[in-house]
Design a protein around this ligand. Structure first.
Ligand code: GDP
Ligand code: IMO
Ligand code: MG
Length: 429
């Protein structure tokens, strides 16, 4: 009863959608376990590009069933929009193929308004959230006042819960933030529509997975966000409000560790981050522009969800090794190696300097991390375009060396390297 897990090893946008899509070819079920539509996962199939925020990336494979797990926060309007966009492109999104765990929490317009208001009030110390209502929804979940998806099957309960919810949030919006109140009746009316459409998709998530795993089905857990955005293990408070790490898979899906077959970390060959917070190997100037791209290519470093330019930097292997230990990676997949082609030399962040000391581990205290200066190891680059390479032996020797060095530093094998967004551009090492 195997469960394979895909985890973002950095700050998100590592190419999890691309690798999930590739691995989904051998999966029966693909399940999201955390986050919500703050995620933006890109899948490229030939000339077709799919950008998914909520629906698992397995949906493109017609024989795969997709589950939105209990650890997810779900904006029903976004889910329905995404479903219609997929259906318009010929993707089957019927309840036979797509399931929603009743224990996922619902994002309402009040959560979105609160996310925006809190960010505005933070001013210069804003987190740079995606303003999708993620934090306020998880806050309600933790406070035990949240609205679970199972309410979609209970019209009266849903209407009552929304009345109370909007009334309570309106007080905060008006009295704390000086904002406009929301119309509870209008929100309840739109949610009643959503409920009618989404009710057939509701399942008991853990039970569905337990049966599938007992039947020997292959389940793939699709991570959203990345390890350093984890509420406990990330660069707090510049994090998301969930657990995008291996620990979050177990609670987010309701399964035990005995079903795990392998944990696969997805790492980009350099670093990127959207939003605020410490970033020791960050670059600016010409090299940043070079790594980010101008936005002309679909894979350039601009947010899939918000369109914001991503901050970029050299690969930080101290962080990557920490990520491997935190998540228990059995293997790593390295994406976007092609972007480094043509650079004379590359830098790898292999340690930090803090107050005259050399640190070889990732400091848990983000204030310390913000003061860390990276110690770089220079490695030779390669000139060749590698986007057409399909076998490891055809990679330029320096590209191989770069990959080997990362694997050695992290003490985790790199089993695949991606040299472009296409399905065929993933090299098995
Ligand atoms: P996710 O959030 O982890 O799924 O990643 P995103 O989809 O937000 O961002 C990754 C971007 O890089 C997408 O546009 C992918 O199509 C693209 N991508 C993934 N792997 C590669 C690769 O190996 N090379 C290039 N050039 N692009 C890639
Ligand atoms: P995928 O799945 C990159 C970041 C936001 C912000 C912080 C908190 O595409 O890798 P939130 O809206 O979650 O409260 O924002 O987390 N963030 C992401 N950054 N990729 C993501 O998802 C992200 N999801 C959230 O930019 O810094
Ligand atoms: Mg993304």
């Amino acid at each position: 009863m195997p469960l394979d897990i895909i985890i973002g090893a950095q700050w998100g946008d590592e190419g999890k959608g691309h690798i999930t899509d590739a691995l989904a070819a051998q999966a029966d079920i693909v399940a999201r376990f955390s986050g919500g539509d703050n995620a933006g996962h890109t899948i490229t199939v030939g000339d077709d590009i799919f950008k998914l925020h909520l629906i698992p990336s397995g949906i493109i494979h017609k024989d795969v069933t997709c589950l939105i797990g209990g650890g997810v926060v779900l904006n029903p309007a976004v889910m329905l929009r995404e479903m219609s966009a997929l259906a318009a492109r010929g993707v089957d999104v019927s309840p036979e193929r797509l399931k929603l765990s009743g224990s996922a929490h619902l994002i309402t317009p009040a959560h979105i308004a609160l996310d925006k208001a809190a960010e505005e009030q933070r001013g210069d110390s804003a987190i740079g959230t995606t303003q999708r209502g993620i934090g306020p929804t998880y806050t309600d979940k933790t406070a035990r006042t949240g609205l679970r998806a199972e309410l979609l099957a209970d019209p009266e309960g849903l209407a009552d819960a929304l009345q109370q919810h909007i009334t309570a949030k309106n007080r905060i919006l008006q009295e704390i933030y000086g904002g406009e109140p929301l119309d509870a009746t209008a929100v309840a009316a739109s949610f009643s529509q959503f409920a009618q459409q989404l009710r057939p998709y509701l399942v008991d998530g853990p039970h569905f997975l337990h049966e599938a795993l007992a039947d020997g089905r292959n389940v793939l857990a699709e991570g959203a966000q990345g390890t350093f955005l984890d509420l406990d293990n990330g660069t707090y408070p510049y994090v998301t409000s969930s657990h995008p790490t291996t620990g979050g898979v177990l609670t987010g899906l309701g399964v035990g560790p005995n079903v795990i077959r392998r944990v696969i970390g997805i790492a980009k060959a350099f670093s990127s981050r959207v939003g605020s917070g410490p970033f020791p190997c960050e670059l600016d100037g010409e090299m940043a522009l070079r790594l980010r791209g101008t936005g002309a290519n679909p894979w350039d470093e601009y947010g899939t969800t918000t369109g914001r330019p991503r901050r970029v930097g050299w690969l930080d292997v101290v962080m990557l090794r920490h990520s491997a230990r935190l998540n228990g990676f059995d293997e790593l997949v390295l994406t976007k190696l092609d972007i480094l082609s043509g650079l004379e030399t590359l830098q790898l962040g292999v340690a930090y300097e803090l107050d005259g000391r050399t640190l070889t581990h990732f400091p848990a205290n983000p204030t310390d991390l913000a003061r860390c200066r990276p110690v770089y190891q220079e490695v030779p680059g390669w000139r060749e375009d590698i986007t057409a390479v399909r076998h490891p032996a055809d990679l330029p020797p320096n590209a191989r060396r770069y990959v080997d060095l990362i694997a050695e530093f992290c003490a985790v094998p790199i089993t695949c390297v991606s040299v472009g967004p296409g399905r065929e551009q993933i090299i098995k090492m």
